[in-house]
Design a binder for this molecule. Structure first.
Ligand code: GLC
Ligand code: CA
Length: 553
């Protein structure tokens, strides 16, 4: 396989609004990222994904782009981005941007022109369809719930446009060649500008299947889940291959697609050697939460389920597919609260959680704050949330007859906004995030959890250093994977093997001890989250939430 620079990437996702405010207006920005480059270099990462920084009305915090060519003034300008790229390069860090092209903002000039004249050329940049004055073109509900159709014009109008996210995010019509060419030109201009690639947002949705008649629905609003009609629809391959050949393939860039639950065959199409992208995000673990009914009294069942998912995925993964392995991102609650019962949250469980998929084949990606163990910030009232999706889905839960208490409690554990509270740099008033009033409240736990006093941070640095260690790096990147001790409940363990080198990764994912027997001549401890380990001849005893990475010699 041809080696690429990004095979050795260790990614770090930045949600710019919440990372670091450099100019005191309460909103994180590019100046803040510049200030923290040394922190990131010291952590050891070498690739930054910046969530959207384009001009935007910020209904979805930048995932609603009003101008693809410009940077939103709240974040800075093109000169600041240039400077950031240059300064990052000095520290061996590359920068990728978020590419949000399944939809634009309703404030985008194209959409404004389309609204003014739906029959004109820009009308076909979006997806307008006729229903009746009282009924939308069909009964799909979208990814952020509610009908995917928004009426244009007065009550009598029968014209609607499609949006699978919020109504302020109209879907672009990828069947239109002219639109596609505009997008390709824009992508090439950013690559020429000097960015190293893109994280490609919601890209599995660009093709729609309109071969649909209303489906029967039991829901009070009469809507039906339209996902199958706008996710990985037959024919999407042609669109994504053209996107690649007109843009990414002409550069030595890294691209990672956000593709909703692809099948194993689709993983190869997306991220194999001839795939649409360099890599694809994998979300096998994101639907689960330890406080859900099935796991609350039996957290071990969650460990076993995750183990099965990891093993299945990695045993069946084609050799040329590079996954991007994450524990957290900006669309999910914080991982400690997601996977570790409250009474067991501590340094050992947090460091274990960060390690389990860090040594899998693929590209590890951290999300800001994960390295210091940031946690959820539950609210007293639903109105304290700012995320349009959380608010909308809350209303939906009431519609589906959940009580307000149940619905609030659900979002207090599951809202994606928990991961968007300002980064906790120190214990000062706004956690060192801003000298102004933060746009979003800092988590009250900032005195206990922050960069300056984080033990977890020191562990993450060791872990990253091990992934980058030239003696082992090729094994992490290209080595084979095989499960070990699958039958041991609560233990997730696998072997990585490459050119005769064998590394055994042991993760004791429960609050008790476990003993295993390893046949070996000798071994070398490469990493642990305990200061000493209990290894007697062939017998290894793992303590609660112990991580042990061993080279077998
Ligand atoms: C992706 C983003 C998410 C955003 C959505 C719409 O899933 O990660 O944050 O709201 O797309 O752009
Ligand atoms: Ca700012």
């Amino acid at each position: 396989m041809e080696q690429k620079w990004w095979h050795s990437a260790i990614g770090y996702e930045i949600y710019p609004k919440s990372f670091k405010d450099g100019n005191g207006d309460g909103i994180g920005d590019l100046y803040g990222v510049l200030e923290k480059l040394d922190y990131l270099a010291d952590l050891g990462i070498n690739l930054i994904w910046l969530c959207p920084i384009n001009k935007s009305p910020m209904v979805d915090h930048g995932y609603d782009v009003a101008d693809y060519e410009e940077i939103d003034p709240i974040f800075g300008d093109k000169d600041t981005l240039k400077l950031l790229i240059t300064e990052a390069k000095k520290r061996d860090i590359k920068i990728i941007l978020d590419l949000v092209v399944n939809h634009s903002s309703d404030q985008h000039e194209w959409f404004q022109k389309a609204l003014a004249n739906p029959d004109g050329p820009y009308g076909d940049y979006y997806i307008f369809r006729k229903g009746t004055a009282t009924e939308a073109p069909n009964n799909w509900y979208g990814i952020f719930n509610g009908s995917t159709w928004e009426k244009v014009g007065d009550d009598q109008s029968d014209l609607y446009y499609l949006h699978i996210f919020t109504k302020e995010q109209p879907d672009l019509n990828w069947e239109n060649q002219k639109l596609r060419e505009e997008i390709y030109g824009m992508i090439r201009r950013w690559l020429d500008f000097g960015i190293a690639g893109f994280r490609v947002d919601a890209i599995s949705h660009v093709k729609k299947n309109f071969n649909y008649t209303n489906q029967h629905s039991e829901r009070p609003d009469g809507l039906y889940n339209g996902m199958a009609y706008f996710n990985n629809v037959t024919g999407i391959v042609d669109i994504l291959q053209e996107l690649k050949s007109e843009t990414f393939a002409q550069y030595d860039c890294f691209t990672v697609g956000e593709a909703n639950t692809p099948t194993p065959a689709q993983l190869s199409e997306y991220a194999g050697e001839n795939g649409h992208f360099s890599s694809v995000f994998d979300f096998f673990h994101t639907p689960y939460h330890v406080e859900e009914d099935q796991f609350r009294d039996n957290p071990l069942a969650l460990v076993e389920l995750l183990k099965e998912k990891i093993f299945n995925l990695h045993q069946n993964l084609a050799k040329d597919v590079f996954l991007t392995n994450i524990t957290e991102n900006h669309d999910n609650a914080r991982s400690i609260d997601k996977f570790i019962p409250k009474n067991l949250q501590n340094f050992h469980s947090a460091s274990l959680l960060g390690s389990v998929n860090f040594f899998l084949r693929g590209i590890p990606f951290l999300y800001q704050g994960q390295e210091i163990g940031m946690k959820n910030y539950p609210k007293k009232k639903i109105t304290e949330y700012k995320d349009p999706t959380t608010l909308r889905q809350y209303d939906e839960k009431l519609l589906l007859r959940e009580s307000p208490e149940e619905a609030l409690s659900y979002y207090n554990r599951a809202s994606r906004e928990h991961s968007r509270t300002p980064m906790q740099w120190d214990s000062s008033e706004n956690a060192g995030f801003s000298t102004g009033i933060p746009w979003f409240e800092v988590n009250p736990n900032k005195n206990e959890i922050h960069v300056e006093k984080s033990l977890l941070l020191a562990y993450y640095k060791k872990m990253i250093a091990l992934r980058k260690n030239p003696d082992y790096q090729d094994n992490w990147i290209y080595g084979d994977f095989s499960p070990l001790f699958s039958e041991k409940e609560g233990l997730i363990s696998y072997e990585r093997r490459h050119n005769g080198q064998k590394i055994c990764c042991l993760f004791q994912c429960r609050n008790s001890k476990c003993t295993i027997f390893l046949k070996k001549d000798g071994l070398k401890v490469l990493l642990s989250n305990y200061e000493t380990n209990i290894i007697e001849d062939a017998t290894i005893t793992l303590r609660p939430f112990e991580v042990l990475i061993l080279e077998i010699v």
